[in-house]
Design a protein around this ligand. Structure first.
Ligand SMILES: NC(=O)c1ccc[n+]([C@@H]2O[C@H](COP(=O)([O-])OP(=O)(O)OC[C@H]3O[C@@H](n4cnc5c(N)ncnc54)[C@H](OP(=O)(O)O)[C@@H]3O)[C@@H](O)[C@H]2O)c1
Length: 333
């Protein structure tokens, strides 16, 4: 445990105070902040690697639009690191443990030397992965896992004779969803890809068949499937909506990880089909009773990675905790 007196050591962090275009030199800046003190179930983690996802640039654009925040906001969600200190009620980890997690959107982020995170949303870092490889996993893996098992309510080992369509198969979430569905269910997995390279990538990860999202309805139908039982949509949800309504099987489930401004859900009624939403930050934002599910999921993900059954989707590594690297990562995410 850390005493309050130890909180005075400064740590380095990268943050923002106003939402600016990423090519503005002030869009992100380095500063020193007091080392935070763990609350009751918090871990203080020495961050070794972070990964940058679309949520990072979306938060950068939204967090301080037209205002200057009184204190810098630290972005960063996915992280891999080592537990440095623990809060008084922590049960799952101890100092020295290697961990990985996707954090909370309500708290300061992981772009700092030291970071506070509730132990219930943290997993053990996969031993066989580097910190950079491990940091690329939690946010996409939690999203894919929660979408398949918690929102569409598939059972592990289930899905025999049924099909799952993953729209955006080669994306961050789609790539993990293909692997989880193949490893842990008996579903037929159809992934969408529009390029030869992304189609090959989806097949390598285990997709049984590929459809082209540029003409989704015809492409899935040309595979000989009139309907699919489950659809996970990770891209252009509103653009694909009418095709998804056509393709979903009676009593099937559609899960979107994207919001929608305007959506006519009435086509689902005749089929008694379900529309479910998945937001990876819901459990931590609302401190739900089952928040520790994310601890359990990440430990399972670590087991799968260590068993060679789940591949990290790390694309590019930028070495060094610098503003320039974070700005570059925001342009790549
Ligand atoms: N709700 C949540 O908790 C949650 C969690 C994570 C991410 N997200 C959101 O989900 C979105 C996707 O994130 P990601 O990191 O998985 O994706 P990503 O890596 O940015 O997705 C890239 C892939 O999308 C495919 N794609 C491009 N246009 C498409 C279209 N019109 N229809 C279908 N697929 C298309 C591309 O495939 P081809 O190259 O084959 O064309 C490409 O492989 C982001 O907006 C992100 O913010 C939400």
């Amino acid at each position: 445990m850390m005493s309050a007196g130890e909180a005075n050591h400064p740590m380095r962090a990268i943050g923002l105070q106003t939402s600016l275009p990423i090519d503005d030199p002030e869009s992100l800046f380095a500063f020193e902040a007091p080392t935070p003190v763990p609350g009751s179930r918090d871990l203080l983690v020495r961050v070794r690697a972070v990964s940058v996802n679309p949520v990072d640039w979306k938060q950068r654009q939204r967090a301080a639009q037209g205002v200057r925040l009184p204190e810098p906001k630290i972005l960063g969600y996915d992280a891999s690191g080592v537990v440095e200190a623990v809060g008084p009620l922590v049960q799952l980890f101890q100092p020295g443990d290697a961990v990985f997690y996707a954090g909370s959107i309500q708290r300061q982020g992981t772009n700092a030397e030291l970071h506070l995170v509730d132990e219930r949303i943290v997993g053990r870092k996969p031993a066989t992965l580097t910190d950079a490889e491990a940091a690329a996993l939690p946010l996409t893996a939690l999203t894919a896992w929660e979408a398949i098992f918690d929102r569409m309510r598939l059972a592990e080992g289930g899905g025999a004779g049924k099909a799952l369509l993953i729209v955006g198969g080669a994306g961050g979430v789609g790539s993990i969803a293909i692997q989880i569905a193949r490893q842990l269910t008996r579903l037929e997995v159809i992934a969408t890809a529009s390029r030869e390279e992304s189609a090959r990538w989806c097949r390598d990860l285990g997709a049984h068949a590929i459809a082209d999202h540029r003409n989704l309805l015809e492409s899935v139908r040309s595979l000989g499937r009139r309907h699919v039982d489950y659809i996970l949509c990770t891209n252009d949800f509103e653009g694909h909506w009418s095709a998804l309504c056509e393709l979903i099987a009676p009593q099937g489930s559609i899960c979107s990880i994207l919001g929608a401004k305007q959506l006519d859900v009435s086509p689902l009624m005749g089929k008694s089909a379900t529309l479910a939403w998945e937001l990876m930050f819901t459990r931590s934002s609302h401190a739900t009773d089952d928040m520790a599910e994310q601890h359990r999921i990440l430990d399972r993900v670590a087991d799968l990675a260590d068993a060679g059954r789940l591949r990290t989707t790390l694309t590019e590594t930028l070495a060094g905790f610098t503003v320039a690297n974070h700005q570059q990562a925001h342009t790549l995410a």
